[in-house]
Design a protein around this ligand. Structure first.
Ligand code: ATP
Ligand code: LTN
Length: 336
């Protein structure tokens, strides 16, 4: 053990990764590897809270792993980074059951993601969708996590994970580390391009709403050209300009420019020029990621080696926490 802080985060293989996932979460994960122990997980058990087609889920899981490595999550370069698949480490489901017994029905009923998803998938409001945040708390608490980098939509789930940890510690004495969220200043919520008051989501039925990391330059150009703005033709950040604000955020991160620099750059020019620049910056940012991902997907053995070795390391860490928790609640230890 060293004294590095532990970072944990997860992403669902529920579709292809979007620019929102990248800017809100994954891009920040990459930087944490420099000086933290980093545990990143493809959360397939969370993904099945919504009905998934088996072959597609499997393909999406591989694609997501390749995509994450292409973005710079690299267990081969950073010996304190692991990248694995949630269902390969059984302790997640085991701790989740236990934590269910320390989570209140009322708390879960207040989760906005549950309310949103149960209205969106009204024909499949299953118990897993309801207890989704408990599995997420188990993911985090298994690894004594200090920091959880996520987009702002996950803040409420993080607060519940903290509540569950504190409740358990209150009853049984210090057991879990109480995690802190890390929510980026810029990019915490990238909005849909077609409805800029809604978050950009990979499960949106309108594909013009999102940019995928895998989108080709033509597709990126087309989607950005179609992005909803307003009739003012003025590039600046203001509350009543959600579409322009969103494009400014994207451009600012992709091109590494401040708001002031962007406003100056497009003074007296229309949205056409602005959108061309946004699309170009995005294409340049994504090009190396796409090339690397294509290469990795052709080498499935290499991918398998990474997620298998990582899962072993994760399981070792997770089993230590689970054993401690089982002991605290009064379960009898297994015979040797
Ligand atoms: P789904 O649409 O299937 O619910 P999702 O696109 O919300 O999926 P997740 O796998 O649930 O993606 O989220 C992975 C990470 O990406 C989380 O940390 C989440 O906060 C972040 N994230 C998701 N959408 C956005 C967004 N539009 N802007 C910023 N961060 C986002
Ligand atoms: N619920 C998250 C994904 C997720 C996660 C986690 C994020 C599952 N487990 C643990 C951070 C830590 C989502 O929907 N984005």
């Amino acid at each position: 053990m060293n004294d590095k802080k532990t970072v944990f985060s997860g992403i669902q293989p529920s579709g292809k990764i979007t620019l929102g996932n990248y800017l809100g979460a994954v891009k920040n994960w990459v930087d944490f590897q420099e000086d933290c122990r980093c545990i990143f997980c493809v959360v397939d058990e969370h993904a099945i809270t919504v009905r998934q087609e088996p072959a597609k889920l499997r393909a999406q899981t591989f694609e997501l792993l390749a995509q994450l490595i292409a973005c710079g999550i690299d267990p081969e370069k950073y010996e304190d980074t692991v990248l694995y698949i949630q269902s390969h480490v059984p302790q997640h489901a085991q701790l989740s059951w236990l934590l269910n017994c320390y989570t209140m029905f009322g708390e879960l009923s207040r989760m906005t993601q549950f309310k949103d998803k149960s209205s969106k998938y009204s024909d499949n409001i299953n118990a897993g969708l309801f207890t989704y945040p408990v599995l997420m708390a188990a993911d985090i608490l298994l690894y004594k996590t200090d920091i959880v980098p996520v987009g702002i939509d996950q803040k409420q789930h993080l607060e519940l994970a903290r509540t569950i940890a504190q409740r358990f510690n209150g009853v049984y004495g210090d057991t879990f580390t109480v995690p802190e969220p890390f929510i980026p200043k810029a990019g915490a919520k990238i909005m849909s391009l077609s409805e800029p008051t809604k978050k950009m989501s990979k499960s949106d039925s309108n594909e013009n709403g999102y940019i995928l990391l895998a989108d080709t330059p033509d597709v990126i150009n087309r989607k950005i050209k179609r992005a909803v703005t307003d009739s003012e033709a003025l590039v600046c950040r203001r509350d009543d300009k959600p579409g322009v604000n969103n494009l400014m955020t994207i451009y600012s991160i992709a091109a590494g420019k401040t708001d002031e620099e962007i406003v100056k750059e497009f003074e007296g020019r229309g949205y056409g020029d602005f959108k061309t620049a946004v699309a170009e910056a995005l294409i340049e940012m994504l090009r190396p990621i796409q090339e690397k991902k294509d290469y990795l997907l052709q080498n499935k053995d290499h991918l398998e080696k990474i997620y298998t070795e990582s899962a072993k390391k994760a399981e070792w860490l997770a089993s230590r926490t689970l054993e401690k928790v089982y002991r605290k609640v009064g379960f009898v230890a297994k015979g040797k």
